[in-house]
Design a protein around this ligand. Structure first.
Ligand code: SAH
Ligand code: SF4
Length: 376
């Protein structure tokens, strides 16, 4: 069956015309699948009765990926195995109250009292959804569990946006009332699946009506992707995070082989080509590996590096989350705090991301489709 989910209003209208239906069936379908979040043709009661079997006969179904398994953490985080039409599963994470990573990059500027009040029955004030862009990943960062899967396949735009819509649906999110941030930081490297990733953003902005200013995409530093990203119109461009993870090229190429292709200075130079919105900042993510990247001299070097980049920036520190068969150590609490202080004292905003859902393998770098952990 062919999925309607993933086609925008214009494409839906074109399909309707091909079927001999009026073009305005396109917007009607878009309303049903992206805003009413219906998942079955028979639920779309705005369509004439005869048309629903006709769509089925022509091979169409709504085809939104579905949440097949739920793992609940003691901290409220939920990890989903989201199943695509071909049976492949990817991971999506729901973090009520986020993980602190959204502070200080411009996300908070548009918060209104209405946002803060939220709904009556909600147990969260703001939430963050962490979205996957590929099944597995080819980049092979040495500290990341997703890397162990290798790249299995790219996700389509509908499969990427579908993770978000399924999650919004599960939590009965009211898009123009509730405060939800999206981070494209799940499995995969979004900039190695650029067209589908940006296609998903376009669906989420234009059809689901989420703001790109509440979306952040993280890249390991894929320069051609950053170059294309710099050309995107502001109304479609999420905020940008770069996984820096090391104070210099020597250490970075050890832990992120991609650095041999595009080194730190090349990435910085390309990022300078992105025209930022007023008060927007670039986020540098920095995974602290005990003994490897968490030393005091590393913090001094990172401060210098970020300052020299000339970019309005903030640093998100992430204490490394352990995983089986990865021989790194978690950093000590004091090392993390000292690292943060060094950056802050050097005038660089630095925040510590709270690990969310470690008990269910939902935290950063732990997405490997583990089927254990937490209650269901
Ligand atoms: N592929 C993209 C986005 C997904 S990874 C990228 O690498 O940017 C999201 C973040 O998780 C990255 O900043 C990455 O450095 C970090 N990460 C990966 N493995 C981790 C681990 N085991 N513990 C903590 N953070 C990790
Ligand atoms: Fe891929 Fe990101 Fe993991 Fe690196 S950190 S292997 S780019 S998912």
């Amino acid at each position: 069956m062919k999925p309607l989910f993933g086609l925008d209003t214009v494409a839906l209208a074109a399909r309707m015309i091909e079927m001999g239906e009026p073009a305005w069936r396109g917007p009607q379908l878009a309303e049903a699948i992206y805003r009413q979040r219906l998942t079955e043709l028979r639920e779309i009661t705005t369509l004439p009765k005869a048309m629903r079997p006709k769509l089925t006969a022509e091979g169409w179904e709504v085809g939104r990926p579905r949440i097949a398994k739920v793992f609940c953490s003691v901290d409220g985080t939920e990890r989903y195995l989201v199943q695509c039409q071909d049976g492949v599963t990817v991971e999506t994470v729901w973090m009520p109250e986020g993980d602190g990573g959204e502070i200080g990059d411009g996300s908070d500027l548009d918060a209104t009292d209405k946002d803060r009040q939220g709904g009556i029955a909600k147990s969260w004030d703001r939430a963050t959804i962490c979205v996957s862009s590929q099944v597995g990943c080819a980049v092979n960062c040495q500290f990341c569990l997703t890397a162990k899967l290798g790249l299995q396949r790219n996700l389509t735009a509908g499969e990427i946006a579908g993770q978000v819509v399924a999650t919004l649906d599960r939590h009965s999110v009211v898009v123009d009332r509730d405060r939800v941030n999206l981070v494209f930081m799940g499995m995969g490297e979004p900039f190695l699946n650029y067209d589908n990733f940006m296609g998903a953003v376009a669906l989420l902005v234009r059809e689901v009506e989420l703001s790109p200013q509440r979306m952040t995409v993280s890249t390991s530093g894929i320069v051609p992707g950053i170059e294309r990203f710099a050309q995107e119109p502001q109304e479609l461009r999420p905020k940008l995070a770069i996984s820096l993870n090391a104070p210099n090229d020597l250490i970075r190429q050890e832990i992120m082989p991609i650095n041999r292709k595009w080194n730190i200075e090349t990435v910085m130079e390309t990022v300078r080509g992105v025209k930022l919105r007023s008060r927007e900042r670039i986020t540098f993510e920095y995974v602290l590996l005990g003994g490897v990247t968490d030393q005091p001299e590393h913090a001094v070097e990172v401060a210098r590096l970020v300052r020299r980049s000339g970019l309005p920036a903030k640093v998100n520190l992430i204490a490394w989350n352990p995983g089986p068969e990865i021989a790194y150590a978690m950093p000590h609490g004091e090392a993390v705090e000292r690292f943060r202080e060094t950056l802050v004292n050097a005038g660089i905003p630095a925040y510590l991301r709270r690990p969310r859902g470690r008990d269910i393998f939902a935290a950063c770098g732990q997405l490997k489709r583990t089927v254990e952990g937490g209650s269901e």
